[in-house]
Each structure stands twice: as C-alpha cells, then as structure tokens.
Write a protein that binds this ligand. Structure first.
Ligand SMILES: *[C@@H]1O[C@H](CO)[C@@H](O)[C@H](O)[C@H]1NC(C)=O
Ligand SMILES: *[C@@H]1O[C@H](CO)[C@@H](O)[C@H](O)[C@H]1NC(C)=O
Ligand SMILES: *[C@@H]1O[C@H](CO)[C@@H](O)[C@H](O)[C@H]1NC(C)=O
Ligand SMILES: *[C@@H]1O[C@H](CO)[C@@H](O)[C@H](O)[C@H]1NC(C)=O
Ligand SMILES: *[C@@H]1O[C@H](CO)[C@@H](O)[C@H](O)[C@H]1NC(C)=O
Ligand SMILES: *[C@@H]1O[C@H](CO)[C@@H](O)[C@H](O)[C@H]1NC(C)=O
Ligand SMILES: *[C@@H]1O[C@H](CO)[C@@H](O)[C@H](O)[C@H]1NC(C)=O
Length: 558
C-alpha cells in the first residue's frame, strides 16, 4: 500500500511542478510565441546542400505549428524537394529551363570545376570564359528570377498567402527582389562561413586585413609582412568591386534591370537591397575557423550531423565497413559534382587501388566501366553521417565543401581535401593550419601523389589526434539547443521584433566613411596646415630676428 501511495503522491507532486505550469502557460493565446506565422522558403534555385541546410530549419518551424511554403522552379527535379512534401507546401513557378536543361548546365559546370582551375584568387576571373554561354549558371539564376517575377499565377499565389517572412539562401540575388515585391521582410542564410569582403559589406561585419585573410588567397590568420601587403591590396580591391558587383563574376546589373522591368523599388539597387536582410545565418564553428569578431545580426550555425534524419546503411556497405580491419577511406566530391570525365575518374580509381586500405567512393556521376581496385566500393548515395561515424572509417577525402567537411570533423575524421571552387580552398587552408589534414591540387595531382598523401594522413597519428581534439571542441562549443531549433528561434525573434536592434550602423556608411578615409584626409590636412603655419611663422620670426640682428649690427657699425 505504501509504495502505491508514495507513487500517487509523487505523481501529484510532479504534475504540480511540471504539468500544470505547462498547461497554464500554453493556454494564453495572447502570448507572442503562441501566434502562428507563415514563412516562405527559397533555396531551390541553388539545390544541393544549400537547399538541405535551409529546409531543416523550416521543418523545425513546422514542428512548432507554423506554416512553411517552399518556392521551387519547374526546372528543379522533384526528387530534390519532394522528400519535404510531408511538412511543406509548394509553389512551383514556370522556368524557361527544363529539368534536362538544368541537369546539362550542372553537369557541364561540374566538368569544368572539377579540373581545379577555379580554386585560387584569380581563378574565377581568368577562367570565367569556361563558364560563359550555356555553361553560365549565373545566367540561369538571372533568367529564373525573371521567370519567377513574370509568372503571374505563381506570384498571385504567393501574394495571397501574405507571408510574415522570407527565408532565402544568400547566393540567390533574386531573394531581396522577391521580398520587396511581396513587401515582406527577409533573412539570409549562407552555407559558408564569413567571406570577409562579401559578408563584411552586406552585414557590417568588421574586417581587419591585418589578421583576417581574404577568400581564396591561401592565407591563414598569421601573415608575414608581404602576405599582409597582398591581403590589404585584395581587401580594398574586393571592397571596390563590391560597390557594383558580387565577387566580380556575378553581376548585379541584370537584377537592377529586373527591378526596373517589374518596378520593384528601382531606386534601391540590388546591392543595397541585400543589406536589408534582418538577420544573417552563417555556417561554421570556431573549432575550425580563425577567431574573428561577429555582429548581433550574424548568427553562426553549425549544421552538425545530430540533425540528420534516421538513416540506415545498405547491407553491402555495412558489410564492407564492418569487415575492414585496416580502415576505410571515405571519398565524396559532394552533390555539385555530377559529372567527371572518364580519364579523371580513372585517375582517382588508380590512386585508390594503390592503397592498403579499403575505399568507399560516393559519386552521383556514372562510374560504370572504370577499372576499380579490389579494395574499392562505389555507391551512388550514402547516409554520410552513419558512414562517417562508423568506427572503421578513418579518413574523409573530399572537395572541402563546408557542410560535409564539418560533419566529418564532428565525427573526428582527418581530411584530405581537393579544393575546387567557392569556399573550399579557404576551408582547407584552415584544415591544414589546424593540423587535421592536407590538401592536394587536383589540377596537378597524379595517382601516386594522391595515394601518398592519403597514406600519410591515414598513418601519421597527429592528424587523427588533432581531428579528435577539433571534434571535442566543436561539440563543446555547441549549446544544448539543436542548430535547427536555434535557427528557428532567431527567425521567430526577428519576425516578432524586426531587426533594427541587431543592425550595426556601419551598414549605412559608404566606403569612404566606413574606412574613415574622410577623417584621415581631414586630419592629414589639419596636420599639414599646422605644420605649414608652424614653418611659415617660425621662418617669418627667424627672418625678423635676422633682420633685427642685421639692423642692430647696422646700427652698431654706424
Ligand atoms: C513533379 O512536380 C510537378 C509539379 O508539382 C508535377 O507537375 C509533375 O508531375 C511531377 N513529376 C513527377 C515525375 O513526379
Ligand atoms: C533546353 O533544352 C532544349 C532541348 O535540348 C534546347 O532546345 C533549349 O535551347 C534549352 N534551353 C536552354 C535555356 O538552355
Ligand atoms: C554541355 O552539356 C551538353 C549536354 O550534356 C553537351 O552536349 C555539351 O557538349 C556540353 N558542353 C561542354 C562545353 O561541356
Ligand atoms: C578552363 O580555362 C583554363 C585556363 O583558361 C584552361 O586551361 C582549361 O582547359 C579550361 N577548361 C575547360 C574545361 O575548358
Ligand atoms: C506554366 O506551365 C503550365 C504547364 O506547362 C501551363 O499550363 C501554364 O499556363 C504556365 N503558366 C504560365 C503563367 O505561363
Ligand atoms: C531508426 O530506425 C530504425 C529502423 O528503421 C529503428 O529501429 C530505430 O528505432 C530508429 N531510431 C530512432 C532514434 O528513430
Ligand atoms: C587485390 O589486388 C591486389 C593487387 O592489386 C592483390 O595483391 C590482392 O591479392 C587482391 N586481393 C584480392 C582479395 O583479390
């Protein structure tokens, strides 16, 4: 009797403590957090990891009872977004591009990028000819922006929804235009860590070229005198480029013309429109990144594997991993590399065949007909998190894309990186600086150099030890909240209160004011004036004294 009585008492006590307060607090409908909002999500034009990273936070919002509509183009393959059909509603706009057109463009880009001519500072400028015409995905985004704004049916549907907020990937310059058309606020999300010149300009992040390296320079936070000279020059060059264009290769002019064509606040340029984002999500962790100042309107999110769904390994893959006592190398070039020329793919296959370890190769590209080593298994798709956390997997070989790179480090894996484009070079510079891996130049590598580098990182214990330490720091830096919940919470915060209180005033300053050039010029003029007056007065006095002296002498003589 007494146990059951104590149980009853305990239950009563617990319900007093937890259940009742919970019930009463969820009753009041007038509390701000009980109101339900409507969000428009737009990342489909980018696809790949950009879409996945954003969609996760949308799921978190739906779980809290809010409504999320995802905007996709008719050129997006259904497969990429229909896995979210259980939680999102969709609006599809008519695109000039067919699904096949988009696949062709992406295949062609991946064929060019995978050659490795774009992974240094001058790459995008020198090799921009490689990506013109039908290969130019920037043109595709611009055309699809035009298609979207011109699709009266889709736009009408979006207007009718009366969204509270647009959540958009920052690579899509159409985002701010869409927000202005629908007259709603927006937040930006990037799958990259801070790109000093770009995000510095768009979000007001401070950038000190003395210790913050510009992108694609191969520099770390510790620079020699000559490296600092380089970094300062590039910093100001980028600063000037950003007045008109984005990264020098994506021109905002086309979007400015769309603003005029559709009469979307044409008086505010696309570049200025970017600065109207209420909030900026950036991706990364200071476990890997060099320390730098942030601002209240920038939120660092690490999309770590804890947020992935419950996926299971295929039977053959599980067996391949379980029975590999000397360890497995995981190789993947990410979702954007959909195409690789046979010759190049064979080079990878030959490098892997030389290794004494097993290699698990994930590739969306068609690899049939390659001569593979008997230690290599190819898979079209893999549950990456599950593979990375398998105890026999010892190394991750990849292009260094931010999302999977951080997942690998979370799992404590050392890295061998083959940077192709975008932020990948920067990520891998950090990997080397922190001693968790090595990078290889894909343009000049041979099967032997690649397999030697893999062998070195696989066998030298320091890489594994450093990777484990990075993993521990990364996990410890994460607060208890899951990243998608953090993202959802911040999106709700600016939906409720706006973003003025988070916005640094530096965003309203121009290049001259921001760099205090006017103040330095003014001070230099004052200094010059004071010096001039000093010199003039003292030389006048001197002359007077001399004169007097001469006069005195004159008088004395007389
Ligand atoms: C893809 O989605 C579009 C728009 O919802 C639909 O019209 C089309 O039938 C779908 N295609 C497939 C193959 O499911
Ligand atoms: C799309 O593909 C069709 C058929 O191959 C082609 O005629 C058309 O020019 C392509 N459109 C674009 C924008 O590339
Ligand atoms: C682009 O892709 C199309 C279709 O796959 C192909 O016919 C064309 O040769 C490619 N162009 C280049 C430059 O690779
Ligand atoms: C891209 O440009 C570089 C340098 O201009 C050239 O060496 C390379 O062959 C080009 N690649 C393709 C796929 O056209
Ligand atoms: C969009 O495409 C669909 C099917 O291809 C067509 O029925 C519809 O009229 C198009 N809408 C507009 C506004 O062009
Ligand atoms: C994951 O999936 C497996 C099989 O599908 C199931 O047994 C397990 O309970 C799931 N775990 C979680 C945490 O949902
Ligand atoms: C795999 O290939 C290597 C040489 O390429 C050979 O020495 C080894 O015996 C092969 N293993 C099996 C199980 O066939």
């Amino acid at each position: 009797m007494s146990p059951s009585l104590s149980t009853v008492l305990l239950v009563a006590l617990l319900s007093q403590l937890f259940v009742l307060p919970a019930l009463t607090s969820s009753k009041g409908d007038d509390t701000p957090d009980s109101k339900k909002y409507k969000f428009l999500y737009f990342a489909s034009i980018m696809g790949g990891s950009h879409y996945v990273a954003l969609a996760r936070s949308g799921r978190a919002l739906v779980q809290q009872g809010h409504r999320v509509v995802s905007l996709v183009g008719s050129s997006n393959s259904n497969r990429s977004w229909q896995r979210d059909a259980d939680v999102f509603s969709f609006v599809v706009f008519n695109s000039t591009y067919t699904k096949q057109n988009r696949t062709d463009v992406m295949d062609n880009i991946s064929k060019v990028i995978v050659k490795g001519h774009h992974n240094h500072f001058f790459g995008p400028f020198l090799n921009s000819a490689n990506l013109t015409g039908k290969l130019n995905f920037m043109d595709m985004w611009l055309q699809e922006c035009d298609d979207l704004l011109g699709d009266s049916t889709a736009m009408e549907r979006l207007r009718k929804e009366k969204f509270d907020m647009l959540v958009v990937d920052d690579m899509i310059p159409c985002g701010p235009l869409l927000a202005q058309t629908l007259d709603i606020p927006f937040v930006h999300s990037s799958v990259f860590f801070v790109i000093p010149s770009k995000h510095g300009h768009w979000t007001g992040l401070p950038t000190y070229p003395s210790y913050i390296p510009e992108r694609n320079m191969g520099l770390t936070n510790k620079m020699t005198f000559l490296q600092r000279v380089q970094n300062v020059l590039v910093h100001y060059l980028y600063g000037l480029i950003h007045f008109r264009t984005r990264m020098g290769i994506c021109n905002f002019d086309g979007y400015d013309q769309l603003k005029v064509k559709y009469n979307i606040k044409p008086e505010i340029s696309t570049l200025e429109s970017y600065k109207q984002a209420l909030l900026y999500f950036l991706h990364g962790s200071f476990a890997l990144e060099f320390a730098r100042p942030m601002q209240p309107n920038t939120i660092l999110i690490l999309h770590h594997p804890g947020v992935n769904g419950n996926q299971t390994l295929e039977e053959d893959v599980a067996q391949f991993l379980d029975t590999a006592p000397s360890g497995v190398v995981m190789f993947s070039m990410g979702s954007f590399v959909t195409m690789m020329e046979r010759e190049q793919a064979q080079m990878f296959a030959d490098a892997f065949a030389m290794l004494p370890h097993r290699v698990l190769w994930q590739s969306g590209a068609d690899l049939s007909g390659l001569r593979l080593g008997n230690n290599t298994l190819v898979a079209k798709w893999l549950p990456m998190t599950q593979v990375m956390e398998h105890p026999n997997v010892r190394l991750y070989v990849s292009q260094g894309g931010a999302l999977t790179l951080n997942e690998a480090l979370w799992a404590g894996l050392p890295i061998v990186g083959l940077p192709l484009a975008e932020d990948q070079m920067d990520n891998l510079v950090r990997v080397e600086a922190k001693g968790v891996g090595l990078k290889v130049d894909i343009a000049s590598m041979t099967p032997r150099t690649l397999s030697q580098t893999i062998g070195r990182v696989m066998t030298e214990p320091k890489y594994r030890e450093n990777a484990r330490r990075i993993s521990e720091i990364m996990r410890d830096l994460e607060t208890s909240a899951s990243p998608v919940d953090t993202m959802a919470r911040w999106i709700l915060h600016v939906t409720l209160f706006g973003g003025d209180h988070l916005r640094p005033a530096v965003q309203d300053l121009n290049f001259v004011q921001r760099n205090l050039l006017d103040v330095y010029l003014f001070l230099a003029v004052v200094l010059a004036l004071v010096t001039w007056i000093n010199v003039t007065v003292s030389s006048f006095c001197l002359r007077c004294m001399c004169c007097k002296g001469r006069n005195k002498n004159h008088l004395k003589k007389e």
